[in-house]
Design a protein around this ligand. Sequence first.
Ligand code: URA
Length: 236
Amino acid sequence: MERLDKLLSSTGRWSRKEVHALLKAGRATVDGICVKDPAGKYGPESELCVDGQRINRESFVYLMLNKPSGLISSTEDPREETVLDLLPAQYKKMGLFPVGRLDKDTEGLLLLTNDGPLAHHLLSPRHHIEKVYFVKVGGELTVADVLAFSGGITLKDGTLCQKAGLKILEPPDTGLVSLQEGKYHQVKRMMATRGKPVLYLKRLKMGSVELDPMLRTGQWRPLTEEEKMRLTGTGR
Ligand code: URA
């Protein structure tokens, strides 16, 4: 059950203030009955209409952003610019939030949605959703690093990491790291145990969704129907 004002504003068509005004004006009905109370709570079975038009409650939004360095992965912050600042204002109204966090200086694939259950699924360690990062380090990556990653690294504070993939690229100070978990600063801390500071980090993949190579840093686009289908398993 959700408050009527939240249900209507999460469609992105009206701000909370506009919702209150339209309710006051008697423009909304629930199951055919005019409703003016913004705090009334309704479940998915209720039919909401504004000006006689049915409101689509399944209007979840899914975006991919090629995050630039310098922005924080939050919805708002009193001092810092956030990834939400890159999107048109309508998305803030729709309750979009980033699925997990990338560090301020990390670039690449960041999914944004207002689908809480999906975000929870993607972030839950139980579901082993793979994340792939391109990394550039100080020094050269070696076979010993690959073996250490595949054996499960113990971080300097004693935290155990699951087995992870490391593929050395050319030049050998670059590589691909694949993780099935998302600990704080994980790639940087794993590389630190190998004495290789991370100089550049970019996420390329999360679960079934790959960063669109056509998206320049700072650009975003909605997920395609196929990407949504693969991600949610339902095509919603
Ligand atoms: N690992 C890191 O160290 N930082 C990120 O932003 C993501 C993974």
